[in-house]
Design a protein around this ligand. Structure first.
Ligand SMILES: C[S@@+](CC[C@H](N)C(=O)[O-])C[C@H]1O[C@@H](n2cnc3c(N)ncnc32)[C@H](O)[C@@H]1O
Length: 281
């Protein structure tokens, strides 16, 4: 079969299952299998695809038809213009998390060297994107999931950042190592009862420990704030991504724990998405 007929077949299957991104998903899947870019595919519709590749394509279309996210099917996701390796043991990096990365890079790009801790590192996307830009800095990423740490280490090695990054399988409750200029975190912040209302792509495929923030969605975030009080240097900065309607509660908790809020960053929907605070005492 040629490119055009495979794309037509694959996108029709996905469209029938109401996958909104049916066209681009079928293109991305085929492009990955035949190792040709989208531009080549658009002008070479009669290019014959090998039967073995067509078979793999059909299998992957079947997975997408069952709502598996395209990032898990392709085993990668672009974040901060970097391709990160992924599998179902880590959250798929989200564009809104790039706000946090941007803020750290903006603030520290002219500083000599800083020590960074990334709590709940997942694929390592936050820490590694920052280190890629802050060439003299170093950091540690921790995660309670051993399988997530394996992926973060793989990404660190693919990006040749092993010398400046270290990844440790540890729960934040037990972590005591070092003092940091900056702590970053995108913790699980969805209320437990709302998990069942998430779209199937998320609910059925992304790791629960990356999503579920407990009864009010704040359990891990509060642990992180309290722990950061001990792990940050005085005057150090804490960058936390937050969920909808969590700003008021969390800003009070930050103040009670001797942090001063420096800035709140809003996302594309104008919701507060990242709180930047500094440790006062
Ligand atoms: C929302 S994901 C964020 C992943 C990645 N930083 C990102 O932004 O794409 C949260 C991560 O925190 C980890 N995690 C949850 N609770 C934790 C805890 N108590 N201690 C350490 N890691 C935790 C999860 O395993 C998950 O990988």
């Amino acid at each position: 079969m040629n490119i055009n007929s495979l794309l037509h077949k694959g996108s029709s299957v996905l469209k029938e299952r109401r996958i909104r991104t049916y066209k681009i998903d079928s293109e991305l899947i085929l492009s990955e299998i035949i190792k040709k870019d989208l531009a080549f595919m658009s002008i070479n519709g009669d290019f014959e695809v090998r039967p073995k590749e067509a078979e793999i394509y059909n299998d992957l279309i079947f997975r997408r038809k069952n709502n598996e996210p395209i990032a898990y099917i392709l085993k990668k996701k672009e974040f901060w213009s970097i391709d990160f390796d992924l599998n179902q043991n880590v959250l798929i990096p989200r564009p809104e998390t790039e706000f946090l990365v941007e803020e750290v890079i903006k603030k520290y790009r002219h500083k000599n060297s800083i020590n960074i801790l990334d709590i709940g590192t997942g694929s390592g996307c936050i820490l590694l994107s920052i280190l890629r830009n802050l060439k003299n800095s170093q950091g540690i990423g921790i995660d309670k999931s051993k399988k997530a740490i394996d992926i973060a280490k793989k990404n660190s090695s693919l990006l040749r950042l092993e010398k400046r990054s270290k990844f440790i399988n540890c729960n934040i409750d037990n972590f005591k190592l070092g003092k940091y200029d900056v702590i970053v975190s995108n913790p699980p912040y969805i209320c437990s009862y709302r998990i069942k209302y998430l779209s199937r792509d998320i609910r059925d495929y992304e790791p629960m420990e990356a999503l579920d923030g407990g009864i009010d969605g704040l359990t891990t975030t509060i642990d992180i704030i309290k722990k950061s009080q001990k792990l940050l240097k005085k005057g150090g900065h804490l960058y936390i991504e937050i969920g909808e309607k969590q700003f008021n509660k969390l800003s009070n908790i930050l103040l009670k724990n001797n942090f001063r809020i420096v800035k709140t960053v809003h996302d594309y929907n104008k919701n507060p998405r990242c709180i930047i605070s500094t440790k006062v005492i």
